[in-house]
Design a protein around this ligand. Structure first.
Ligand code: NI
Length: 277
């Protein structure tokens, strides 16, 4: 028996490589998460940048709560089974009227995870519409092989290497995923997806949470992850500690260690030592 998704939703995820929307919290609760993020940005005097946009669940107790959210995990369990690691989190924030975009890509390109049973919960903390630059997907594209990508390192591209698919994507087949605050979309690691710039008056804020079943391996480096549900009998990943207080010394050390491994895996073959902004 599925825990949150209907059997038809699970079937749609397997067939199409995505499913949306899934309501996981109220709009008020989503606003509280947004306010926690923006309170920190207020102290910084600027939006989150660089490495601080990634693996945020190791830095902030509220982000740790979000990746452990029971409804999020119920949906993930329905899709990938009961033993679940959180491998990564990435904030995809597009400021109001800003040029940032995400080129067409498959997440699988540089992650080094095998097999490809990897799912993203993309949780909306703001209104996500066509105008604000919602995610667009090519249904069923997760069933094709890994496509060749080229690295552009375009400054407005929000991806780690500005990677984009090197062959033509049939945009007439694209479906846009509209989300309200507190809803999420689910997508498969090989699904072809991208998004345009934010032309709206508000920030577009999404937290992409990457979950894997415990049997998945990292083929590039000795990596780390957090067990968020069930048991891990494989130990393919070193366990990461949960933050006890926002940005305390232990949290910062754990984040630095985990990000070092991520950068090694994702920027393999380049000179980069930290994430682009
Ligand atoms: Ni992606």
């Amino acid at each position: 028996m599925p825990k949150l998704l209907s059997p038809a939703a699970v079937e749609a995820y397997r067939r199409d490589g995505y499913f949306a929307p899934v309501r996981v919290m109220t709009a008020e609760q989503a606003l509280q998460y947004r306010q926690a993020l923006e309170a920190h940005e207020g102290k910084l005097g600027q939006p989150l940048q660089g490495n601080l946009r990634h693996k945020v669940h190791l830095l902030f107790t509220w982000a740790d709560a979000l990746v452990h959210h029971p409804k999020v995990l119920d949906a993930i369990e329905d899709a990938i089974g009961p033993d679940i690691l959180c491998w990564n989190t990435n904030f995809f924030i597009k400021e109001a009227h800003s040029p940032g975009f995400v080129s067409w890509h498959q997440d699988s390109t540089y992650w080094g995870l095998d097999p490809d049973e990897v799912i993203t919960a993309w949780i909306a903390l703001s209104d996500v519409t066509e105008e604000s630059g919602y995610m667009q997907v090519i249904p069923g594209s997760h069933k094709v092989d890994q496509l060749p990508h080229v690295d552009t390192f375009d400054k407005d591209n929000l991806l780690s290497r500005g990677q984009e698919i090197a062959v033509d994507v049939d945009k007439s087949k694209a479906v846009g995923l509209t989300l309200q605050p507190g809803e999420m979309s689910l997508h498969h690691i090989k699904l072809v997806h991208g998004s345009d710039a934010n032309r709206s008056n508000d920030r577009r804020i999404g937290l992409a949470v990457r979950y894997i079943p415990t049997y998945v391996r990292q083929t590039k480096v000795r990596d780390s992850a957090v067990l968020v549900r069930g048991t891990d009998k494989y130990h393919h990943f070193d366990p990461e500690p949960r933050p006890r207080a926002d940005l305390d010394e232990a949290a910062l050390a754990a984040h630095a260690d985990a990000m070092g491994r991520q950068v090694k895996a994702l920027y393999q073959g380049t000179e980069k030592t930290e994430f682009r902004a």
